[in-house]
Design a protein around this ligand. Structure first.
Ligand code: 9MJ
Length: 679
């Protein structure tokens, strides 16, 4: 029986409605119906399609993952070659680029032209072909002339419209852009792959390219891929845009995602400002970029300039310093931390990566060292992204020298010679020397003076190492006996610096109980636990007197932490150090002295906050202190347990993750209002 005209009409209208909501959600990031309502529309369409299978079309919103696996990739010839871009790394190269194009256009060097400035996404270039607004083909760039047909895979990417919006698109339209894996998705994907013993991708670019090269689209559909488009290729119609920026705006109207960071800039100075700004925000972006691209905005100029072999003359990529480089491991040493944990560190042949020269990379722990199988003499890929500690991504095994040896666990501490033991967790190994080990002493002294502990300014790592080496300081109590006259005798120390240190030491004597407990550096006792102990017991003597079962009654304290705290305060040496510190005048308000008002302020107790982006009215540390003062907790990353995300200016991936988990997001003014509620 033929399907009634009414049903046919309903299917067409449902699809249009769903496609419109997909566009609002994926492109405009501004859905105007709740998820439940959207699901209802999809279910309705699925129900009709189940009943009348003849109505199913390849581009129905229900069919993104419907395609059967292919047995091999067909070759696709790009009718207009997919060009690549010339690169520059320095401002000088950029000015030469403009000089060349101004020469060809016979422009006066003093004028400014406009450029379309765009982040340069690090993914896989893809071409999408539409006929009468319907997606008919997706292809990889390949060598620029021929690529591979990956239609079955691009159809699974939500950012790729199956049907275009509006009615003024060309009959035939080819759109080009970059398929990429956003960083949050990349990390989650790799975490999952590691748990399941599956292949890990070394970077989001490989992850995107690898995902597109799946024969089975059901696998691609599971990969968190996204796409921004950046140009039109083949166009069959009378659409004649005047500017590249008009092309991008039009593509967005037709339903494609275009990078929201794109901007029109004036002249090379405008380009450089854009480069600096995007560079500063690079670590906050939710996707990986390797530079920015500038394109002459006027298309008549572009046409006059034309292309050379593989790259257009009217565009240039301004690359950031590479974040990954190849170098050689000269040695592997073990560094001893504050609590004695031994961390393997690779000493590298110095290499310029991520904008700095790197000569060390952490290997985290023995398990990681074994998993990556890093050996002295190996050629490795080292990565330094943002302010993160450089790390070894992988060993290039085919360059491994003959007769290399894997490193065994050290039996004694490289600094003090004490025996080394495996940690309870079996991952870490620890020096058993405690404060007899000078490395542990130095690290615990650095911790004692650090900003969120006693906050003593001017006592840097070098100075502490020197004071320990001179035997002038062996416990934190010794800081309070330092005199200006002895500080000035130390290398390169001026009168003024010495004076400032002494003043800072004096200032630090007025502290709080939680800071003091944190400063003691008891294993497993971070700021949060220190705060719990301080507010539960109110005085140091009460904490010292508490036994393990009593300590376990404190919120957030389990048997392990209770045992660490109890052991710490049973140690005579530790008690003596504490006595000397308090004798030298270090003091705090104990809570039996706290007023009723102070307690009332714990109105944020039970709430966990994450801070992201730049706050304008206060520093992050100030915000953190105010949350803590009101009884709240602050953590570094978003999880289901987060109560609020405070999103400052230029918030990045944390904001995206918080949105995804449905966590309450507060702007800075909203946060201010929340804080003012306790008054
Ligand atoms: C990337 N990768 O983000 C181009 N690209 O233009 C942008 N790549 C490009 N444009 C012409 N934004 C050839 C390649």
């Amino acid at each position: 029986m033929p399907v009634s005209a009414r049903i046919q009409k309903e299917v067409v209208s449902l699809r249009k409605e769903i496609q419109y909501h997909d566009y609002r959600y994926h492109v405009l990031d501004d859905p105007d119906i709740p998820d439940a309502e959207y699901d209802r529309l999809i279910r309705k369409l699925l129900a009709i399609e189940a009943e009348y299978s003849e109505l199913i079309t390849q581009n129905s919103p229900t069919q993104r993952v419907g395609a059967e696996p292919v047995t091999s990739f067909e070759t696709v010839t790009h009718q207009i070659p997919m060009l690549s871009l010339d690169n520059v790394f320095e401002e000088e190269g950029l000015r030469e680029f403009q000089k060349r194009i101004f020469g060809r256009l016979k422009f006066d060097p003093s004028i400014d032209i406009q450029y379309s400035a765009e982040p340069k996404l690090d993914g896989a270039a893809v071409s999408l072909l539409y006929e009468r607004g319907e997606l008919v083909q997706g292809a990889t760039r390949g060598d620029g002339t021929t690529g591979e047909n990956v239609t079955h895979n691009v159809r699974t990417i939500d950012a790729v419209p199956l049907t275009l919006q509006g009615d003024d698109f060309p009959v035939k339209l080819e759109v080009r852009g970059e398929v990429f894996m956003p960083l949050a998705g990349f990390r989650a994907f790799n975490d999952n792959a590691q748990i399941n013993g599956e292949k890990i991708f070394i970077n989001p670019r490989n992850a995107a390219a690898g995902s597109l090269r799946q024969l089975d689209p059901r696998l691609t559909a599971k990969r968190p891929l996204d796409m921004y488009v950046y140009s039109a290729g083949l166009v069959e119609d009378d659409w004649v845009p005047e500017r590249h920026s008009d092309v991008l705006n039009k593509l967005e109207e037709w339903g494609f995602k275009v990078c929201p960071e794109r901007r029109l800039v004036d002249g090379i100075d405008g380009c450089i400002d854009f480069y600096s700004e995007i560079g500063a925000r690079r670590d906050d972006l939710t996707y990986e970029i390797d530079g920015v691209v500038y394109k002459v905005d006027r298309i008549d100029y572009q046409n006059k300039l034309g292309s050379v072999s593989r790259a257009p003359r009217w565009a240039i990529a301004h690359k950031f310093p590479a974040q990954e480089e190849i170098t050689v491991v000269c040695d592997i040493e073990f560094q001893v931390g504050r609590t004695g944990a031994l961390t393997p560190v690779a000493r590298l042949k110095p290499v310029f990566v991520g904008g700095v020269t790197v000569s060390n990379a952490t290997l985290h722990n023995m398990d990681e060292l074994r998993r990556k199988d890093v050996r002295v003499g190996d050629t490795v890929i080292v990565r330094r992204a943002g302010d993160v500690i450089p790390e070894i991504v992988k060993v290039l095994f085919d360059r491994r020298p003959a007769r290399s040896e894997s490193l065994s666990m050290p039996l004694e501490c490289p600094v003090c010679g004490s025996e080394v033991a495996k940690d309870e967790s079996n991952t870490a190994i620890r020096c058993s020397g405690g404060l007899r080990c000078s490395a542990q002493r130095v690290e615990s002294l650095k911790h004692f003076v650090s900003r969120r502990a006693l906050n003593i300014d001017g006592l840097g790592a070098k100075l502490i190492e020197e004071l320990v080496a001179m035997d002038r300081i062996s416990s934190p109590a010794d800081f309070f006996g330092l005199r200006k006259e002895e500080l000035v005798t130390i290398d390169r120390m001026g009168e003024k610096s010495a004076d400032n240190i002494i003043k800072s030491i004096e200032r630090s004597k007025n502290t709080t109980l939680d800071r003091f407990i944190y400063a003691l550096g008891i294993r497993e006792v971070g700021e949060t636990t220190a705060r719990s102990l301080a507010s539960h017991y109110g005085s140091l003597s009460a904490i010292i007197d508490a036994d393990e079962p009593a300590l376990q009654e404190v919120s957030d304290i389990g048997p392990i932490v209770a045992s660490r705290v109890s052991q710490f305060f049973m140690n005579e040496y530790n008690l003596e150090v504490i006595r000397r510190i308090t004798d030298s005048g270090v003091h705090w308000q104990e809570s039996n002295q706290l007023t009723h008002d102070d307690k009332k302020h714990a109105f944020l107790s039970g709430s966990t906050f994450v801070l992201t982006g730049t706050l304008l009215s206060m520093t992050r540390d100030q915000a953190k202190d105010r949350i803590i003062a009101a009884g709240g907790k602050v953590t570094g990353s978003i999880s289901r347990n987060t109560s609020y995300l405070i999103a400052g200016d230029k918030s990045g991936s944390k904001l995206t993750k918080a949105k995804a988990l449905g966590i309450i997001i507060l702007t800075e003014p909203e946060f201010g209002q929340l804080l003012s509620k306790d008054k």
